[in-house]
Ligand binder design. Structure first.
Ligand code: LLP
Length: 442
């Protein structure tokens, strides 16, 4: 019996197959995909599909691995709320001592709702912070404002002056380092809207330190997202380290270096050496240029913490063929998970139940949603074990930039979210109803 066969496309310990007896058509056994100890088909029965499912153990373990990789350097992890902002997720991380990176007043409110005391570990990034948002963050007493332009600096000085509160400031510098990733999520080049050019930073720091209610505290940088080559992170840090030296000579106190986020994950196949080794290499690249600088390193990981810890569970509504081309039409769509449509992103897709028989039929098919756009696909020409109508598929690595980017396009209510710990599952966001959508309209 092939009982040792394991599908390679799983994400342990959160998502694994377990063999069950007498499954598919009673021809031998089948593999059932679980989240931790719970079969995903049970979650689908109970909560319906499409459904986001997260493994709490995996979120915790990834956070701990990330934290451990930086144990030799004073550091604070400020989880990037934009990746997945569910309140339960934020609360879970806050309990572990995690700080937060926010980019809007809304995200700040979420963090405060999750844990009032988390404000002192919050960094606020973004090119377009409004005066209302700056004021709310000043009132909350956040750790650091990552200022991205001279205009923003003066807006912050004005808001701080009005409250008679001192604003802790870092400038987000643009190191002009190229990092290979999708052009929409690369940020560290001169042509991008983010930050201030690194060679203009000194002049701006001089202006900042002259403002009564601003206090220079650090330097911040973020070169992009889904970066899997470690070298550009080291390069950016080396440039930041040089700048810190110059700023100190100019008489500024630099206590923090905020390295941003951006560590990529392996969407196509899980890294063979595991997350701990990947994040250790990343930590070395960041920390080496900072040795002897005596600063606290701030880190803003999003995807690397929560991406692989979540899936989108969906049911096959119809099988169809157009002139021999096969489609699986599923009940999730681009409004639920936009990454394939927006970035051409690859997500592994696996059946929730599959035969243990290695000779079982597979087929090449597109996996598409019901939305009226050709761009509404999750995979094209993908080889997959043959699945029938009514069966379930798991779209992997959907924990980051999944639910947060969901919309109501085609008046589709957004999915529910479930968090699993061992044998227990709890709903952490209820499924939206059409009536929720209609209510806001007069
Ligand atoms: N810090 C800053 C200033 C950022 O702009 C970002 C992401 C992060 C941290 C977190 O980066 P991470 O560790 O998650 O890579 N929607 C896109 C990703 C957009 C990322 C935007 N900024 C996607 O689905 O790939």
């Amino acid at each position: 019996m092939s009982s040792q066969r394991q599908s390679p496309a799983v994400r342990p310990p959160g998502f694994v197959y377990r063999e069950t007896k007498g499954g598919i058509l009673r021809r031998g056994g089948s593999f059932a995909l679980l989240c931790e100890e719970i079969p995903l088909h049970k979650l689908a029965e109970q909560y319906g599909t499409p459904l986001y499912v997260y493994s709490a153990t995996m979120i915790r373990e990834r956070y701990e691995a990330f934290d451990a990789a930086f144990r030799d350097v004073p550091h604070t992890i400020c989880y990037s709320v934009k990746a997945n902002s569910n309140l339960t997720v934020l609360r879970m991380l806050a309990r572990k001592g995690c700080g937060f990176d926010v980019v809007s007043g809304g995200e700040l409110e979420r963090v405060l709702a999750a844990d009032r005391k988390a404000a002192k570990q919050v960094v606020f990034s973004g090119v377009g912070k409004t005066r209302e948002e700056l004021t709310a963050a000043l009132k909350a007493g956040i750790m650091l404002f990552n200022v991205e332009s001279e205009s923003e600096l003066w807006a912050l000085a004005e808001c701080a002056g009005r409250l008679r509160k001192t604003a802790p400031v870092a400038l987000r510098v643009n190191p002009d380092v190229a990092a290979e990733t999708h052009p929409y999520i690369s940020t560290g080049l001169r042509k991008h809207k983010f930050g201030v050019p690194i060679h203009e930073a000194r002049a701006l720091y001089a202006k900042a330190s002259g403002a009564r209610y601003l206090k220079v505290r650090g330097v911040s940088v973020h070169i992009g997202s889904q970066i899997t080559d470690i070298a550009p992170f080291g390069e950016a840090m080396a440039r930041v380290a040089d700048l810190v030296g110059e700023l100190r000579l100019d008489g500024h106190n630099i206590d923090y270096i905020d390295a941003g986020g951006g560590l990529g994950i392996a969407y196509e196949k899980p890294s063979s050496r595991g997350f701990s080794a990947d994040v250790a290499a990343y930590a070395r690249a960041l920390a080496d240029p900072l040795r002897r600088l005596d600063v606290r390193l701030l880190l803003e990981p999003g995807r690397s913490i929560i991406g692989p810890a979540g899936i989108l569970l969906t049911s096959v509504i119809y099988r169809k063929q157009n002139d021999g081309k096969r489609f699986l039409v599923v009940d999730a769509a681009m409004n639920d998970l936009i990454r394939p449509a927006l970035y051409g992103a690859y997500h592994e897709i696996i059946p929730v139940t599959q035969s243990v028989n290695p000779a079982a039929k597979s087929e090449v098919t597109d996996i598409v949603g019901p939305v009226c756009e050709t761009g509404d696909f999750f995979a094209r020409d993908r080889e997959l074990p043959a699945v029938e109508e009514g069966e379930l598929l798991a779209i992997l690595d959907a924990g980051a930039y999944g639910m947060v980017l969901a919309s109501n396009y085609n008046t589709r209510p957004r999915p529910a979210e479930v968090l699993v710990t061992g044998k227990s599952a709890k709903i952490i966001r209820r499924r939206e109803k059409v009536s929720d959508l209609l209510r806001a309209e007069l």
